[in-house]
Design a protein around this ligand. Structure first.
Ligand code: BDR
Ligand code: CA
Length: 326
């Protein structure tokens, strides 16, 4: 069986860079679409091209710029997390390739309609995916699934309850969750299990490839940027987890839940409201609340929600990828 066919929709972004490096090595990446998020569209598109160059794949994989801003609200970016350029000023050479002259949403729709069983992996705000569904709802039945880094079954990061990607475009996120596509949600409750530490940077440096050196530099930036914001010395590679889930589904344990996105709350806009009441006590490994058995209740699940990461195997996968990527 050949590698899984995917389109990666992203906003690189330090952790998106890891997502790209994993995806191009282990999956059949049909194209990369970009979305304004961590940094404005122009930056994230250039960054996607740079990362492909680091992996030696820029001449094979097209980058298609998508939407520059969310469906309803103005764009929010994250320079304190990813640097002004979106890649922590990683100082890789300017890309030698340019982006494709075709809109990312057109690329998603046309590719999904032409090729069976495409998986969408989305590691930025969900604007492009929602726009593609609106453009041609037949893609809902055509895609294999959409694997999202976004949301949280527990705490948020941008607000106490909202994760950044969902917070930036909650209307788009709700469109995707309610679309009927098979949704896999790799949220913060999972990705917080994958914090790279200074020793991880050393491990990357010891690998000795261009990709590993790049990975070491952006991880180091991310750790220091977190410390500057009074956070622990950890770089969370959220987006890499979503791609790893597609590469090796055994790395992540998940459970079905109904997930809806709060659009109206004064304090809760962008929250992913995950109904896991039916799980409490039934399977202790996924019983987030450790409450014991509750009466079964709740709406029909519409998403598989990631709960538990095999971190050691995940890190081994990242290191093996960086060693292979030249
Ligand atoms: C998500 O937000 C972005 O800053 C990261 O790239 C990741 O996709 C984590 O909340
Ligand atoms: Ca991202």
């Amino acid at each position: 069986m050949g590698a899984k066919k995917v389109i990666l929709d992203c906003d690189p972004g330090i952790d998106d860079a890891f997502a790209i490096m994993l995806a191009v090595r282990h999956l059949d990446v049909l194209g990369i679409t970009t979305i304004g998020g961590n940094s404005p569209l122009e930056n994230v598109t250039r960054n996607a091209l740079k990362v492909l160059e680091v992996c030696g794949r820029a001449n094979e994989i097209g980058v298609y710029p998508g939407h520059s801003c969310p469906m309803v609200t103005p764009l929010v970016t994250a320079p304190a997390v990813h640097g002004a350029d979106g890649l922590g000023g990683a100082c890789v050479p300017a890309p030698t390739h340019v982006a494709q002259d075709r809109h990312g949403v057109d690329f998603i729709v046309d590719t999904v309609m032409a090729i069976d069983d495409v998986t969408l992996i989305a590691t930025g705000p969900l604007t492009n995916i929602a726009a593609a569904i609106n453009r041609d709802p037949r893609i809902v039945e055509r895609v294999r699934e959409v694997c999202i880094m976004g949301g949280s079954a527990t705490l948020g990061n941008w607000t106490p309850v909202a994760e950044f990607n969902i917070y930036v475009d909650p209307e788009a996120a709700q469109r995707v969750f309610q679309s009927g596509m098979h949704v896999k949600m790799c949220g913060l409750n999972l990705t917080r299990q994958c914090g790279f530490v200074p020793e991880t940077v050393e491990r990357f440096r010891a690998i000795g490839t261009q990709a590993a050196d790049f990975a070491a530099r952006i991880t180091d930036f991310s750790i220091k940027a977190g410390v500057a914001r009074n956070q622990p010395a950890r770089a969370y590679m959220h987006d890499a987890c979503a791609v790893a889930w597609e590469i090796d589904p055994t790395l992540i344990a998940a459970a079905p839940m109904r997930v809806d996105v709060e659009l109206a709350g004064t304090y809760t806009r962008g929250m992913t409201v995950c109904d896991y009441r039916h799980l409490c006590g039934a399977r202790p490994v996924v019983d987030i609340e450790r409450t014991g058995q509750m009466e079964p209740q709740g709406a029909e699940p519409n998403a598989e929600v990631a709960l538990d990461l095999d971190y050691d195997r995940f890190l081994d996968l990242v290191c093996a990828t960086l060693a292979d990527c030249r």
